[in-house]
Design a protein around this ligand. Structure first.
Ligand code: ARG
Length: 415
């Protein structure tokens, strides 16, 4: 009988290498799928390793452009920030990788998709909800949730022992005592020695950004241009030469990552609420994402109608939850995204930012589409505004406050 085919989301690391072998021993044919989303990885080495273990084939796909264009930059446009701090670098990458792996599964006529995400995390949820949305007939095998697997491999030492027995190469370098998830938008660090939220992380963790003790002593000034809320170019003055202008989305993100990293921009250390109900402590560095979010927010408040801005704020918080929880491909996310995109019609213009010593500060903004009216707000001319109208405005607003003051005085309610 022909063996069923599984496409395994493969990273080249110890976990997915052992999963690969285990699936083969369970009598499946396994094709490994590796998405390049900008992580620091030797794909050729990983390919050879998977082949050596027994993978039928290894697919390496460059999804960097796809990730930046269809996930990261739209997230900036929508203003997606989870629990007021996390820019969702990992959450955004999962649906992007899922599209790639589902395409491969359909093309090869696979029956299953498998992954090495653990049973306590968000990524299993994001990954599988995306897979089921894109491929309702698809089936998922998650070894870290199968008792036969997790009972056998109760810790890293068990995996290493199995790897040695099965001739799976184990990296000579000792693994960092925390878990890393890396792509072109961010790097996240959690677990291991980071699990105690009260403990200051050991130094030397961060890979994309410099420590503030090591940053440049002079600022960088960048002009960032948005069209309908999407970043389309960055202009960076480069000393005496002509300014560097970048427009390619991938190059734009890479350039801002480099500059932001050099100035120590975009680090956070937070405790967040996972979808499954647990709290977890994580460290993140998102240099380009931070610069773009700060610039975008400035332009948005400048351009948008006040009430639209408030409704948009509510919707962007909802959308951030959808994305965090793995519902990128869902009716609620499609609907909310359309609304958010609609709000961005006037968010076109250029913001000048300064990055320096870990900060992104706004220096100026320009937009032909803003509702800003210099004459109307000017201290020097009337500009069509009648100051005496403000008296009535204040009086009417004070009606309720005066009534409340009388009421509390009469009833002795303490304020
Ligand atoms: N907590 C982050 C999220 O849920 C990151 C998860 C993966 N990161 C990791 N270091 N394993 O989006």
């Amino acid at each position: 009988m022909a063996r069923d085919l599984i496409i395994l989301a493969y990273s080249g690391g110890l976990d997915t290498s052992c999963i690969l072998k285990w699936l083969i021993q369970k009598n499946y044919d396994v094709v490994c799928y590796m998405a390049d989303i900008g992580q620091d990885e030797d794909f050729e080495k990983a390919r050879q390793k998977a082949k050596l273990i027994g993978a039928k084939d290894v697919i390496v796909e460059d999804l960097r452009e796809e990730f930046v264009t269809n996930y990261m930059l739209p997230a900036i446009q929508m203003g997606l920030v989870y629990e007021s701090r996390y820019y969702l670098g990992t959450a955004l990458a999962r649906p992007c990788i899922s599209v790639g792996i589902v395409k491969a599964a359909k093309k090869l006529g696979a029956k299953y998709i498998s992954h090495g995400a653990t049973g306590k995390g968000n990524d299993q949820v994001r990954f599988e909800l995306s897979v089921y949305s894109l491929w309702p007939e698809g089936k998922v095998i998650a070894p870290w949730r199968i008792p036969e697997f997790f009972d056998r491999f109760q810790g890293r030492s068990y995996l290493i022992e199995y790897a040695k027995k099965e001739n799976i190469p184990v990296a000579a370098t000792t693994k960092a005592p925390w878990s890393i998830d890396e792509n072109i938008m961010h790097i996240s660090y959690e677990s291991g020695v980071l699990e105690d939220p009260g403990a200051i992380p050991p130094s030397g963790i961060y890979k994309m950004t410099r420590d503030l003790q090591q940053v440049d002593d002079y600022p960088s000034i960048i002009d960032i241009t948005f069209e309908r809320g999407l970043p389309v170019s960055a202009q960076i003055p480069s000393g005496h030469q002509k300014a560097l202008v970048v427009t390619d989305p991938l190059v734009l993100v890479e350039t801002l990552n480099k500059l932001g990293g050099q100035h120590g921009v975009g680090r956070i250390d937070i405790v967040e609420n996972r979808f499954l109900g647990l709290k977890s402590r994580g460290l993140y560095e998102t240099p380009a994402g931070t610069i773009l979010h700060v610039a975008h927010l400035d332009l948005e408040v400048y351009a948008l109608d006040k009430e639209v801005l408030r409704i948009k704020k509510y919707l962007q918080d909802k959308m951030a939850d959808f994305v965090y929880n793995g519902f990128w491909f869902s009716p609620e996310a499609f609907y909310t995204r359309k609304c958010l995109e609609m709000s961005q019609e006037s968010v076109t213009g250029t913001v000048t930012v300064q990055v320096f010593k870990g900060n992104v500060s706004i220096l100026a903004r320009k937009s032909g589409a803003s509702l800003y009216n210099k004459d109307l707000v000017s201290m020097d001319i009337a500009g069509g505004f009648s100051p005496e109208d403000s008296t009535g405005f204040i009086n009417i607003n004070a009606v309720r406050l005066k009534e409340y003051a009388r009421y509390t005085a009469a009833t002795q309610i303490t304020k």
